[in-house]
Ligand binder design. Sequence first.
Ligand SMILES: NC(=O)CC[C@H](N)C(=O)O
Length: 415
Amino acid sequence: MPIVESNKVTDSNAATSPTPSAAVLVLEDGRIFRGRSYGAQGTALGEAVFATGMTGYQETITDPSYARQLVVQTAPHIGNTGVNGEDAESRKIWVEGYVVRDAARRPSNWRSERSLDEELVAQGIVGIQGVDTRAITRHLREHKTMRAGIFSGEAANASDKELLDTVLASAPMEGSALAEEVSIDEAYVVDPKDHGWEGEPRFSIAAVDLGIKAMTPVRFAERGVRVHVLPATATLEDVNALNPDGFFMSNGPGDPATADHQVKLLRSVLDEKLPYFGICFGNQILGRALGFGTYKLRYGHRGINQPVMDRRTGKVEITSQNHGFAVDAPLNGATVAPEERYGRVEVSHVSLNDDVVEGLACLDIPAFSVQYHPEAAAGPHDAAYLFDRFIDLMAETKAGGATATKNQNKTEDNK
Ligand SMILES: NC(=O)CC[C@H](N)C(=O)O
């Protein structure tokens, strides 16, 4: 019976989607893929990137880190489970455009409230379907991620040359400052008692929203940590006014080389020895605060099956990732950070696919971060221990323990 009901809903809603028009995906190097429109019709300009998750498309498209990107899904069939009211990772869809091979004509899932096509239309997201996403992915792997455009409806009527010129006139991802565009205006609190925690919160943290995913503060709250989520423009005064036990910076879109305000803020926080944990963009900001550079990867890591080694324990975890930039830090053991006042740092996690830095751990101050997504929405939960590691770090710091020394001993033990 539920199946019949859900079909009824989708059938009646399906009438609101426009009949697909011709659509074209134009890459900045002149390569063109022709298909049919998916979702809204018009023009979408951004960086073409591919994501390899077989599931979790609703979480993917609502991850603010995908702002100004055209996401190519390598999974050949997208939309099967529709869209529901629970899985969005933020208030809206952030992908600039969406590229799929076979779009499900009819979603089938007990939680489905409407089709993905309808949701893309409702939110004005321009997509393309019926293109060979494997060929596009191979092209991006060989020639690197690049600017691209999806054109459908009337926009697809222009000549290929005109469409390519439009793509070439669009902004590149390098040098783009987007975190402040996607962040919130007003601070808010995520309370443990709303997420199954009984009793008083154990700790409180200030978390800067650079494009935060909804599950991140929830992972803290479930563990008894009250989270004060602050806008990307937050200052040291805003942080100190909360008298938090720890400081956090989230994932987010754009080039970390542009995040000067956040690097400055993090340096002030580290100078105060407040425990720090960063995810993704927050890892790149820690890298920069310590004096390392960041650089753009050829085609990035986006998906939910990315292998990472925790070099302290030797354990391999399968992780959820979405990053196009990385920290340029030495892989061989502990070194003194270029910003020497922060003491020694080591690359704590590394990608097993390409040796890219996936985590940093400071040995003399209470700070660490990872380049991937332990909140796992969508994705495997292998990395959930990192939230506990941060809680331990706050507990040790509060108790006045020598956190840095302890971290170092852990490293020595595992050699
Ligand atoms: N998910 C993220 O935080 C991404 C960080 C950064 N925008 C990158 O692409 O590398």
